[in-house]
Design a protein around this ligand. Structure first.
Ligand SMILES: Cc1ncc(C[n+]2csc(CCOP(=O)(O)OP(=O)(O)O)c2C)c(N)n1
Ligand SMILES: CC(=O)[C@@H](O)[C@H](O)COP(=O)(O)O
Ligand SMILES: [Mg+2]
Length: 630
């Protein structure tokens, strides 16, 4: 076994090609055995085994900087850089992160999780190197999906202009999470499939090598022929046009070829793009044949590829959203659905089949998606942009500048709102309340369960301006679904329990309402009965109810699965201050002012004190005087 003796990249430097091939087989088997137990990003990592080995063989990390895009495909990098023993803790609380983390290893050059950042980071490293007169290689490894992200082109535009020595390795497996989309994807397909180009290029290359010591003039003439042939034969040569030397496409599972081409890339002056063709899920047949190539998996049985059968207690919120939109779209042809490369995650896969002309997967391009929705709204459509809370962060200016200033009827279906768990800091959906609440004309609502989510989507599509409906990752609460849709009065909260003690729990979203109900059961045992409110809206707030609660002199405990900074609790305090109501006794329970690491959602909530016990504690802070007055 070679792998057991690999604890740093230096341990593979002396390996022969045959040994590197054996190492690849061992790593592939290691991935299958560990990720089938832990779950995680499986297909992407199977696809980069040989590429990662070749990168660490040719380059000297950490002197040379390897920067991964998205970083979900960096497990092999972590295995080769001394962390294989940690894989049983992958994505577990206090365990190995599923993404590169600078605090985790000197070989992790840039923290990632969101797509299309690697080339910009590489540009930063490279230009710092040049300013400091240092010598090292900078390599960005970016997938074909991430390459549909606008930032990638912003970075290439800059690097191409600067002529900086940066190597971009484009890992092209024809897949994003779903099959890749867009003109870039089609262009890469042309490059991949231009066999005539490949044969012509190799003939010209052979000719150059075969004729011993031909004069420079002839060599240069032939080089020009090669370039003109390449230029003519390969459509566009998009990358060369913007200053990159394009190498490839090459087989990304052929180690000798990868070693040769990466060595070549090292020699090229200026920016280089090495186009590498890989197979997502390679080496595990079930993944290779799966529609999503086992992009992200739960633990599964190695023999069958099947995850253990779990009887769902309720539908996923994403699917309730998707089914609701399909129902409404049947009645209203103005409804169109947009995703930024997350059709399955956002529950839109069935909508895409049923309404192919009214479904748009724009690639990993949230900024474009938002303004595209704005354009659709201006032209009389009812666009719904389904997007994870964390990825909506990419389109903040578009929300303000292109949608809210114009007060356009765009619905943001914000999935994964709240803690997502295993993906950690880069993916927790905990800032959207704060960053959306500040924007005029925006309405923000969150349901108490999957049934109310349906009514909120229905209500949102009736509004004249922008609306954000946020809901968590995972299953609903198992409540029954109403037959007919109903419109929820904007800004109206719902009193779930009147209580008879002078304290009100104002909770937002299903998870926090469940916690609050558990707290109420604990309090009942002590004879304390607080009011419980399903807030439903963060903007606008239910001013009538808030004024009533203040008039009764109640203590208030707000509960939200979002950062307290700028959250619902703050909004309520601001409301009272703006209405000249002072001395409100309010405790905002929510997430602290720090990034929340990976782990299970329950572990993370526990770790930050968002628990039923904490709610009990805060409710019991009612002063005796207030109790007497009740
Ligand atoms: C800004 C942003 N939007 C969406 C995602 C969700 N996402 C994670 S991986 C992925 C597909 C990446 O495709 P590619 O770069 O080709 O990598 P592969 O999985 O094919 O190796 C997407 C859409 C993300 N990480 N960042
Ligand atoms: C790497 C990435 O950003 C996606 O694969 C993300 O991990 C998907 O999250 P869900 O599993 O919540 O759909
Ligand atoms: Mg891909």
């Amino acid at each position: 076994m070679l792998l057991e003796n690999v604890n740093s990249p230096s341990d593979i430097k002396r390996m022969s090609v045959q040994e590197l091939k054996r190492l690849a087989d061992e790593i592939r088997q290691f991935l299958i055995e560990t990720i089938s137990v832990t779950g995680g990003h499986f297909g992407p990592n199977l696809g980069v085994v040989e590429l990662t080995i070749a990168l660490h063989h040719v380059f000297d990390s950490p002197k040379d900087k390897l920067i991964w895009d998205v970083g979900h495909q960096a497990y092999v990098h972590k295995i080769l850089t001394g962390r294989k023993e940690l894989f049983p803790t992958l994505r577990k609380y206090k365990g190995l992160s599923g993404f590169p983390k600078r605090k985790e290893s000197e070989h992790d050059m840039f923290d990632v999780g969101h797509a299309a950042t690697s080339i910009s980071a590489a540009a930063g490293y490279a230009m710092a190197r040049d300013l400091k007169g240092e010598q090292y290689h900078v390599v960005a490894v970016i997938g074909d999906g991430a390459m549909t992200g606008g930032m990638a082109f912003e970075a290439m535009n800059h690097i191409g202009h600067m002529g900086t020595d940066v190597i971009v390795v484009l890992n092209d497996n024809e897949m994003s999470i779903a099959p890749n989309v867009g003109a870039m994807s089609n262009y890469l397909a042309k490059l991949r499939n231009h066999s005539h180009y490949k044969s012509v290029k190799s003939e010209v290359a052979n000719l150059l090598h075969k004729v011993p010591s031909i004069g420079d003039r002839v060599a240069k003439a032939l080089e020009r022929v090669k370039d003109s042939v390449k230029y003519l034969m390969v459509p566009g040569m998009l990358f060369e046009e913007i200053g990159f030397t394009y190498l490839g496409p090459i087989d990304g599972h052929n180690i000798p070829l990868l070693l040769e081409m990466l060595e070549q890339a090292k020699q090229v002056k200026g920016p280089v793009l090495l186009h590498v063709i890989t197979k997502k899920g390679k080496g595990y047949a079930v993944a290779e044949e799966a529609p999503d190539k086992f992009h992200g998996v739960n633990p599964f049985n190695i023999e069958t590829g099947q995850a253990p059968k779990v009887v769902a207690k309720a539908p996923q919120y994403s699917n309730v959203f998707g089914d609701t939109l399909r129902t409404l779209a049947k009645e209203d042809e103005r409804i169109v659905a947009i995703t930024a490369a997350m059709p399955s995650g956002t529950g839109l896969s069935k909508f895409a089949v049923e309404f192919p002309d009214r479904f748009f997967d724009v690639g990993i391009a949230e900024q474009h998606a938002a303004t595209f929705a704005a354009g659709l709204a201006c032209a009389g459509m009812r666009p719904v942009f389904a997007v994870y809370s964390t990825f909506l962060q990419r389109a903040y200016d578009q929300v303000i500048h292109d949608i809210c200033i114009q007060n356009l009827p765009v619905v943001f279906a914000i999935d994964r709102a709240g803690l997502v768990g295993a993906d950690g800091e880069t993916h927790q959906g905990v800032f959207d309340i704060s960053f959306l609440r500040a924007v005029p004309n925006m309405t923000i609502m969150m349901p108490k369960d999957e049934n109310e989510l349906r009514h909120m989507i229905y209500t949102a599509l009736q509004q004249p301006g922008p609306v954000a409906v946020r809901y968590p990752r995972g299953e609903g609460r198992g409540v029954s679904m109403d037959e007919a849709f109903r419109t929820i009065p904007i800004g109206k909260a719902e009193i779930l329990r009147e209580g008879n003690d002078p304290v009100a729990i104002l909770a937002l979203g299903p998870g926090m309402i469940e916690l609050s109900e558990r707290a109420i059961d604990l309090l009942a045992a002590e004879g304390i009965r607080p009011m419980l409110v399903n807030m439903r809206f963060v903007k606008p707030l239910d001013s009538e109810l808030l004024l009533e609660i203040a008039a009764r002199g109640y203590r208030i405990v707000t509960v939200e699965e979002a950062v307290v900074s700028g959250g619902m609790g703050g909004a309520i305090l601001e409301f009272y201050a703006q209405n000249g109501i002072h001395g409100i006794d309010l405790c905002p329970i929510g997430l602290p002012d720090r990034f929340i690491e990976h782990g299970s959602v329950n572990q993370l909530l526990e770790s930050v004190g968002v628990t039923a016990e904490r709610i009990v504690e805060e409710v019991k802070m009612i002063t005796p005087r207030k109790r007497q007055r009740a």
